[in-house]
Design a protein around this ligand. Sequence first.
Ligand code: SF4
Length: 553
Amino acid sequence: MRDQSSSSATPSWARRFRRWAMGLFRLSLIAAAMGCLFLMPLREELDTAGFLREAKKDFPQSASLGEAEQGFFPVLDASGELLAWVTSTNPQAQSIQGYAGPSELLVILDAQRRVKRVDYWRSADTAGHVEKVRRDEAFWMQWNGREESSLSALGSPQLVSGASLTSEAMARGLAARFGAQGMEEFFTHELTREDVKPWFAEATKIFPMKKIGYYEVSSNDKVLGIILRSSRMKVAARGFNGASDVLVAIDANDQQVLGVGMIGSRDNEPYIIDVKEELKYADGFAGKKIDEIIVHEDGGDFLLVSGASTTAHAVIGTVKEMLRRHRAAERIKSFPWQLPVSFAWMAAGLYLGFRGTKKSRTIFALVSVAAGLLFGLMVGQDQLIGWARHGVDWRPALPLLALTAVALLVPALTGKNIYCSRICPHGSAQTLAGMVIKKRFVLPAKIHRVLVAIPWLTLLSIWVLALAGSALPFANAEPFEVWSTGFISLVPAILFTISIVIAFFLPQGYCHYGCATGALLKFLTHAPGRWTWRDTVATVFVSAAGIFCFIMR
Ligand code: SF4
């Protein structure tokens, strides 16, 4: 009663203003949490106090650092005279993987820009390997006295035995920092006719196609088939000790895999030899349909190598991922009107969300399910975290960006969760499932009260883990991946199946009792214009994340 009277006494413009202000505040909390994820790795790059401390070891008169020029800090004495330069190998070295992650080195140059010292700075690689490299004096000394202009040439760096992947990545990172291109590419070998001979014996020409990692193989202008190359497609499932460069040969009809080969590897020698031999003499992929390989749950039938199972599984995973991407790319290619149709779907969902009737909702649920199957577009936590951490290439992601904007902006500004009520394909599939069986199951109030907390706890857990730097696959926390990839990943597939089955008996069961993204959108729409305990929790959480982010600098 009190609320009603007070709201009727408040002018409508003031109510609208309050609703917008609260909506924008809640949106800004989401943006701030994403900003923390984005900033954390960047902050690591600028430990200028540490740079100065290190410079003092070589140049004791160092008093301060001047303004950086392209990441090179001038080291100055008390009178402002230039003594040296200091820099680190990031960000260029960030994409260069060692054994289990990239490393960053410190580089100190004298005033004439000759190397005074190269040293370890920090690493995400395995501690044991890093330690081995750190103790190897010869490794660090190899650059001393070299001119800056010569550092971009990788040459044949002296590596550390027993930590070759880590030390090679460090050496490559240093070359990249000084201008070398393609250092993250460990497999530099150019594809030759010899490489494709096992499947295309009569090949006369191999040329790279527009799509990176694809090669057309032909003989006197007759196309024989295509080759997919994992290192160029940036598919790198890790074996026992590193990734391999895998080729997949596909027939001219683009249906059948002719075979799989390995032309390079960073994995352990004996395991690679076993896997290579197996692929050469008993290639279980040969003759299989592309789709058959993609959907195969385990893949053990294709490549059985006793004693090298990690390497073999990595190759199987690589092949499946390459084929999955190939099929996904094809789907987009064969469907050029994806963009306008997906926009029309969103626009119709928006219109019906404001003006639609109950009947139109049912019809549009069918449309949304069809759109979900066609486009595979879903807003999810994994995607938001991925964008925050790595950015987004807006051109290919335009439909998903638009969908995300609709999902977040509309509830924040209007108080209506149109994405959940009209557009979300998974929500729509549950709506349709709920219409099949008339008898509804209603949870007892006590159980309901407990279960409704699950989406909020899931949402909170996902973001706590993400902000703590966890590399867990957050796509496993929701069933949405199934809409774009099919039943390939086990956990999303299980969540998908359970949520749809439950929806037959418990209307929108997953939406109410499981969906973290639904909870995030509910946060934007709940109590429009009013501050609630949820706002307090979210504000405290995001502030704590901001402080954590600041400390981690
Ligand atoms: S709650 Fe989750 S599954 Fe349900 S409609 Fe919303 S986003 Fe989709």
